[in-house]
Write a protein that binds this ligand. Structure first.
Ligand SMILES: Cc1cc2nc3c(=O)[nH]c(=O)nc-3n(C[C@H](O)[C@H](O)[C@H](O)COP(=O)(O)OP(=O)(O)OC[C@H]3O[C@@H](n4cnc5c(N)ncnc54)[C@H](O)[C@@H]3O)c2cc1C
Length: 392
């Protein structure tokens, strides 16, 4: 078999960020791409369990809150806009390439505001979004009550207005991840699951990647070589970066989120956008199923401490979800889970940049609460940077 002469890229981590980068880099077919992931297989939602994930992607609700965010310019908006645009082409592209559905909700997002909501601020945002080419509608109480009977107007201390964002979709992260891995394989990307990256060693002409077998007691494996590295290892990224740097520059804090699946015997209503109020989301996933979440829990004074799931905070989210859509009170909770979001300390999310000490090692991490939303824009940024560096 002839050896590939393409530049070798190793992506560390097969969460939503690493998988999207793998797909985008693979699609161009200019690089020889390998993804290394320490879990034994691509992550999945446990079918009927209480699951505790030490990563972000399997726990995410998949809300793509871009147009409805208050970011209007600069990097934060540019990344959101690039991602939203790409999602609208990426999903059909993956469905056609892999022959499988990417579960997603195109009914948009309804954000509800209580008496302390700033109507003038939302009207100004709607005007700005219109100028940017994105629809965003401010709804009065009659319009909400008439169109969305699943919503209680008593929620949030009395709903005073709402914002409907038709282009902010929701995508089921595991369904998307599976399609990305299959799509990337179609373009020749190689995946090695059960493989932990233990260290990176920059050398003349490339990087040596030290590996261990995650399933066989972390037994060392033969190292591999790469021309470029993309560290998309979520919370595991700091430890990998620290093997290269004398002074660690990347600090990530785990922020826990609890969520659950509610099951009804029929959908709450005809029109089913994702509904959000006071940071609590009710996400229709079809067939009378709803994801509800999520808490935002920190570990205390030590930013690296992993938070322990707090029952009271979870109860507050449950109560708030039932206050938003009272018919959820009769649902059965069929799954509960928690996941950890990677939050950068001392710098804004996400971190998309080369390591200060080695420009062949790129960080694509620290996406905190928006890793699903920002994965396509991150992948585009990394693909552009590597193409320029390798072929300019
Ligand atoms: C409850 C909850 C709800 C959320 N809802 C949303 C939402 O609605 N919308 C949204 O956009 N975001 C949401 N998020 C945030 C989102 O989940 C994260 O931002 C995102 O998953 C980060 O993806 P990632 O690929 O960077 O990291 P991860 O998903 O954590 O993946 C990193 C991968 O790297 C692997 N890895 C780590 N170290 C190594 C190593 N040394 N060697 C090999 N592999 C390694 C890990 O096993 C893991 O699979 C939510 C998160 C939670 C917890």
């Amino acid at each position: 078999m002839a050896l590939s002469t393409k530049p070798r890229v190793v992506i560390i981590g097969c969460g939503i960020v690493g998988a999207t980068i793998a797909y985008e880099l693979g699609r161009g077919e200019q690089f020889d791409v390998t993804v290394l992931e320490r879990q034994p297989k691509a992550p999945a939602i446990a079918p009927d369990a209480i699951a505790t994930y030490r990563t972000g992607t399997p726990g995410a609700l998949g809300m793509l809150m871009g147009v409805v965010s208050q970011k209007v310019q600069g990097r934060a908006w540019d990344l959101r806009e690039a991602s939203l645009r790409r999602f609208h082409t990426l999903i059909p592209e993956l469905e056609s390439l892999t022959g499988t559905k990417v579960a997603h909700n195109e009914n948009g997002l309804l954000k509800l505001c209580g008496p302390d909501g700033d109507l003038a601020q939302w009207e100004a945002l709607a005007a700005q979004r219109k100028a940017q080419g994105w629809p965003l509608e401010v709804l009065g109480t009659d319009a909400i009550a008439g169109t969305y009977p699943q919503v209680s107007m008593e929620a949030l201390g009395g709903v005073s207005f709402g914002i409907y964002s038709p282009k902010d979709w929701q995508v089921q992260p595991i369904s998307l991840l599976t399609a990305l891995v299959n799509g990337a394989r179609h373009h020749g990307v190689k995946f090695s699951f059960g493989t932990t990256v233990t260290a990176l060693h920059p050398q003349v002409g490339g990087i040596r990647v030290e590996l261990a077998d995650a399933e066989k007691g972390a037994a060392p494996l033969a190292p591999i070589g790469a021309d470029w590295i993309v560290v998309a290892a979520g919370l595991g990224s700091s430890a990998i970066a620290a093997t290269v740097e004398e002074t660690a520059s990347l600090k990530l804090q785990p922020v826990l989120g609890q969520a659950a699946k509610f099951q009804l015997d029929r959908p709450l209503a005809m029109r089913e956008p994702a509904i959000t109020g006071d940071d609590v989301h009710v996400v229709p996933i079809g067939g009378g199923g709803y994801w509800v979440g999520a808490t935002v829990e920190f570990g205390g004074d030590d930013p690296t401490a992993v938070p322990v799931a707090d029952r009271d905070r979870w109860q507050t989210v449950l109560d708030a979800a039932i206050a938003l859509c009272p018919d959820l009170a009769s649902a059965t909770i069929t799954q509960t889970w928690s996941g950890l979001r990677p939050r950068p300390v001392g710098q804004p999310a996400p971190v998309i940049e080369p390591l200060p000490s080695c420009d062949r090692i790129w960080l694509a991490t620290g996406h905190y609460r928006n890793g699903v939303l920002l994965a396509p824009a991150t992948a585009e940024a990394i693909a552009t940077a590597l193409r320029q560096a390798a072929f300019a």
